[in-house]
Design a protein around this ligand. Sequence first.
Ligand code: BYC
Length: 314
Amino acid sequence: MEKTSEAFFQDKIDREIRIEPKDWMPEKYRQTLIRQISQHAHSEIIGMLPEGNWITRAPSLRRKAILLAKVQDEAGHGLYLYSAAETLGISRDEMYEQLHSGRAKYSSIFNYPTLSWADIGVIGWLVDGAAIMNQVPLCRSSFGPYARAMVRVCKEESFHQRQGFEILLTLSRGTEAQRSMAQDAINRWWWPSIMMFGPKDDESPNSVQSMKWKIKRFSNDELRQKFIDVTAEQVKVLGFTLPDPNLKWNKARGHYDYGAINWDEFWQVIQGNGPCNKERLEARKKAWEEGEWVRAAASAYTTKKNKRNTTVAA
Ligand code: BYC
């Protein structure tokens, strides 16, 4: 019997052959990637806001320079990812429109406020740490442009994670007030960080197909568990605690057991009802509207330059 295009496609995936933009792909594969990559790009861009909030208040020039560089890296990640999504046939303007109208999601984690300097350390350690755990397998994602973009993103995220850990290590060796500021930040960010991996496997509608297509290599719960296992050890080095009384090493499973996640809070946040959803979206829409003149000037310049080149060539 002759193989269908879909069977050929799955066979390529099974043999670990990368899918490239001009290759045939099922429409649902294309749409799934557009959804995931664009949401990932939006997360990087929105993710600049909570940290940007601390650039002017970082406690030293050195800290300020590092934070500025980190926030610029996030902008770069957003741009590579938008470019990867564009290869699937969606325009950048369409993706922005989906974000601004609330049709496209972005990571739940960026809807929480950054209340103290310690939050910047915790974002690096926990949020970037969770991001790395999720994103390293994406370097082996079946879609070429996404996988290649993720290689550089992950290298930069590793640096971000270490700078966060180093901020917390410094605070852990500081005064009682600094130690309690850091513990408070850990308490507030722990649960939202482990929610970043998405709903539990039996409530994750996209996982089964995305894993078959090797867009995702591990399930949400598998990655969450790996992250918890690593973090539960790292927190001991810092001398702080994670706010989960049920966090306990389970020798039989070879993993840490952990307490119940508040899934109601997760769904509320991704439906737009988190503490900062409105503020984040407003900030992005304002930046888009106020940047209109820059886009107009850049395209007028390109038109003029192209016209001049055509005249010279003629
Ligand atoms: N937040 O079937 P599921 C960063 C949605 S950037 C919001 O499991 P999937 C950083 C999901 O989209 C970090 N929504 O979905 C940046 C789906 O809704 P739709 C961003 C979430 O796609 C700056 C529904 O829930 N990382 O680290 O198979 C500074 C059902 O879920 C979330 C990425 O984007 C969430 N946490 O798996 C510092 C990584 N979780 O679209 C750091 C790439 C789930 O059907 N993305 N939803 O309406 C992924 O790996 C996957 O998309 C996810 C979800 C694991 C997130």
